[in-house]
Design a protein around this ligand. Structure first.
Ligand code: SDX
Length: 431
């Protein structure tokens, strides 16, 4: 980042402070307040960090007003159409698109890290069968640090790279195992002759009792869903991974923390919540009642899959996802999918309603993804695990960028304290 000639002036209690203004390659200028507390003995206050840049990053750029999303400068719609997930993983991790040899080497290495230590199968058996797969994934991914001792040293670039490859390669295997465990079917091992998305679908839906062939168009749609979810700037779960990583925690523990944060319905859990909402609405004629509830300040109900902390225009991922939904449902011959009809009518009505227009509430990435995943045969409980396995490359790329930043130090926000000021202890006999 470069300092500009500009400065921001803060006047407080008769004192004036000149704060440097830093210029990004894209997006708003940044007022550098790193020395403010030392100079002026004041904190800034920004719960939810809506006006705060927590770090410098060169990975993903979002323009919420234009509805733009770039991975290392490449627009998401171009990558979704022309690239594929493992190439996007290479791009996010390394900053440039790979040449043919680099791509072949990367795909070869990922493919041969997809199996998990056989002992890890026992972890699953400690969970109830009806555990939410996200609970299983948080546990098993965190436990990877109990197995892969040769990729825990965050100060060793080679160990950082091995941990990154292991996480990208093994998350689909772990997610598929969580699903198989929840439906009482045997685990299916990864296969090196299958592509990344094809392998995941095979591990989820094949059974030892008969041959199984993944429909290529479904594998392509799955791969596109992975790409659309791969990274998204400093969202809640990525910020969690960065904060955990800033303490020096190992990469597996940091990714487990990211999975835990993603689970929330305001974040990655929204795809499950959105489909459950569409099912609850049931039919198109019920939509006005739910629109009214979403607008009612006394009703905590929100339209899941709508709105975004950053996008105040259409989420570009939702546009691509909507096209995929049409393609997948056509392919599966599920033309009269009631849930999709409700989703499209809900989108149409909401985008005409002044409440949603004024508050710039548009469908986000989670609005259509659940419809595709359900049509593919996934239960709603698997929607967020699929988001988590897709986002692992974004989390680990952001973690790597932070670890390699020489100015990196432990994250330690302060607070606006409004509790009791100092007072002496009173013995219970006098209370
Ligand atoms: C993801 O950050 C990321 O990048 C996340 C993500 C990623 O890739 O990592 O994009 C993935 O998490 C997508 C978002 C998924 N969440 C949902 O779909 C849940 C439903 N959406 C809302 O919870 C909400 O829109 C948020 C949490 C997504 C965004 O919250 P904001 O921007 O802080 O919005 P807000 O809570 O300040 O609301 C602004 C206004 C409020 O009304 P007022 O108080 O101003 O009167 O809009 C209203 C809200 O009540 N509002 C909604 C609404 N979302 C906001 N009203 C009805 N339905 C909604 N969905």
């Amino acid at each position: 980042m470069a300092e500009t000639a500009k400065t921001a002036t803060l006047t407080l209690d008769g004192e004036t402070y000149e704060l440097p203004v830093l210029s990004p390659s894209a997006g708003p200028d940044v007022v550098d307040i790193r020395k403010l507390y030392a100079q002026a003995d004041v904190f800034t206050y920004d719960p939810g960090f809506t006006s705060t840049a927590s770090c410098e990053s060169a990975i993903t750029f979002i323009d919420g007003d234009k509805g733009e999303l770039l991975y290392r400068g490449y627009p998401i719609d171009q990558l979704a159409e022309k690239s594929h997930y493992l190439e996007v993983c290479y791009l996010l991790l390394n900053g440039e698109l790979p040449n043919k040899t680099e791509l072949e080497d990367f795909e070869y290495r990922i493919t041969r890290h997809t199996m998990v230590h056989e002992q890890m199968h026992n972890f699953f058996r400690g969970f109830r069968r009806d555990s939410h797969p996200m609970a299983t994934m948080v546990g098993v991914v965190g436990a990877m640090s109990a197995f892969y001792h040769d990729s825990l040293d965050i100060n060793d670039p080679w160990q950082r790279e091995v941990a990154s490859m292991r996480l990208i390669a093994k998350l689909p295997t772990i997610a598929a195992m969580a699903y198989k465990y929840s439906v009482g079917q045997p685990f299916v091992y990864p296969r090196n002759d299958l592509g990344y998305a094809e392998n995941f679908l095979n591990m989820c839906f094949s059974v030892p009792a008969e041959p199984y062939k993944v429909e290529p168009a479904l594998a392509k749609a799955m791969d596109r869903i992975f790409t659309l979810h791969a990274d998204h700037e400093q969202n809640a779960s990525t910020s969690t991974v960065r904060l955990a990583g800033s303490s020096g925690a190992n990469p597996f523990a940091c990714i487990a923390a990211g999975i835990a944060c993603l689970w929330g319905p305001a974040h990655g859990g929204a795809n499950q919540a959105c489909l459950e909402m569409l099912r609850e609405i049931g039919t198109v004629d019920q939509i006005p009642e739910y629109i009214a509830r979403a607008k009612d300040k006394n009703d905590p109900f929100r339209l899941m899959g709508f709105g975004h902390r950053v996008y105040k225009n259409f989420d570009p991922r939702a546009k691509v996802m909507k096209e995929s939904a049409d393609e997948v449902l056509d392919l599966l011959g599920v033309h009269n999918n009631e849930t999709l009809q409700v989703a499209k009518e809900l989108e149409r009505i909401a985008l005409e309603d002044p409440y949603f227009v004024e508050k710039k509430l548009y469908p986000n990435v989670d609005f259509y993804s659940g419809i595709i995943l359900e049509a593919m045969g996934f239960p709603t409980s698997m929607f967020t695990p699929i988001f988590a396995l897709s986002r692992t490359v974004g989390w680990i790329s952001q973690w790597k960028e932070m670890i390699e930043d020489p100015t990196n130090k432990i994250g330690r926000p302060r607070q606006l304290y409004t509790g009791a000021t100092m007072r002496d202890y009173v013995d219970v006999s006098k209370r």
